[in-house]
Design a protein around this ligand. Structure first.
Ligand SMILES: Nc1ncnc2c1ncn2[C@@H]1O[C@H](COP(=O)(O)OP(=O)(O)OP(=O)(O)O)[C@@H](O)[C@H]1O
Ligand SMILES: [Mg+2]
Length: 256
């Protein structure tokens, strides 16, 4: 059985200005422990789709199943990481942010702090357990957000452009770190990105969406061994191929 099934999902927003179809008739399946990327132009409905999988919004049509169970609302089986650094609680330390979900679950203090420290170690931040978010860099804050999402051991990790607001060097470091976290934890990951190099670096499979309203355009399997070398010829071939699927390759640019 696939871990995540997205079946014919559509979502139309009702706005004062009228109906906005964001996602239209999208279907795909994700295997357990697969690293699955969603790419597509801005406004094509990537975040909308991720929010539907997270259970934050209900689709207008279609349904989502996780481990065979229909999704209705958000559950602790799905950890979520967003782009925005402000997703952390500013009044809590790094450790306090990571223990939050466990506290909600009623896990005792000693146990939740031990689990949180282990997660901070996984993202190489154990030395910053007592630091507050405003004393941490953007990359460190996103690492806390990853540790927090992993703390209650969800089977699924949902990530919406978590590194998009970081500088290029930090982003490279974060991608390496995430690849390592995924290798160690074997979560099923759904990862939204604009960045095709990021998708080729991280993903087992990439789903390319059409411009607004988002539909499935194509799917590319990245058959490269890990760790991946972004400077290898094979890597660049995949990058080119994804750009072609997105209609952003040099040929397409020349035609305009
Ligand atoms: N809460 C909302 N109410 C109304 N319309 C919305 C809402 N959220 C998104 N939309 C619209 O739905 C469409 C898809 O938006 P969405 O944010 O899912 O796209 P995206 O692919 O994540 O874009 P980006 O790459 O810029 O983050 C857009 O046309 C957007 O304007
Ligand atoms: Mg988005």
């Amino acid at each position: 059985m696939p871990h995540i099934e997205v079946r014919n999902v559509s979502l139309t927003y009702d706005t004062p200005a009228g109906e906005v179809p964001a996602v239209a008739g999208v279907s795909f399946e994700i295997e357990t422990s697969e690293f699955f990327c969603l790419v597509g132009p801005s406004g094509c409905g990537k975040s909308t789709l991720l929010n539907v999988i997270a259970g934050f919004v209900a689709p207008t049509a279609g349904d989502i199943r996780i481990a065979g169970e229909p999704v209705s609302g958000h559950g602790l089986d799905r950890g979520v990481v967003f782009q925005d650094f402000a997703q952390l609680f500013p009044w809590r330390t790094a450790l306090g942010n990571v223990t939050f979900g466990l506290e909600m679950k009623g896990v005792g203090k000693a146990e939740r702090e031990a689990i949180a420290l282990e997660q901070l170690k996984l993202v190489k931040l154990e030395k910053f357990a007592a630091a507050y978010p405003h004393h941490l860099s953007g990359g460190m804050q996103q690492r806390v957000a990853i540790a927090r999402a992993l703390a209650y051991n969800p089977a699924v990790l949902l990530m919406d452009e978590p590194f998009a607001a970081l500088d290029a060097l930090t982003r490279d470091d974060m991608q390496r770190l995430l690849a390592e976290v995924w290798r160690k934890t074997r979560k099923t990951v759904v990862y939204v990105t604009h960045n095709v190099a990021e998708a080729v670096y991280l993903a087992d499979r990439v789903l390319v969406m059409t411009p607004h309203p988002g539909m499935v355009k194509s799917e590319v399997r990245i058959a490269l061994p890990r760790p991946r070398d972004p400077l290898s010829v094979e890597f660049l071939k995949y990058q080119k191929s994804l750009l072609r699927h997105l209609g952003q390759d040099a040929g397409a640019a020349d035609a305009t």
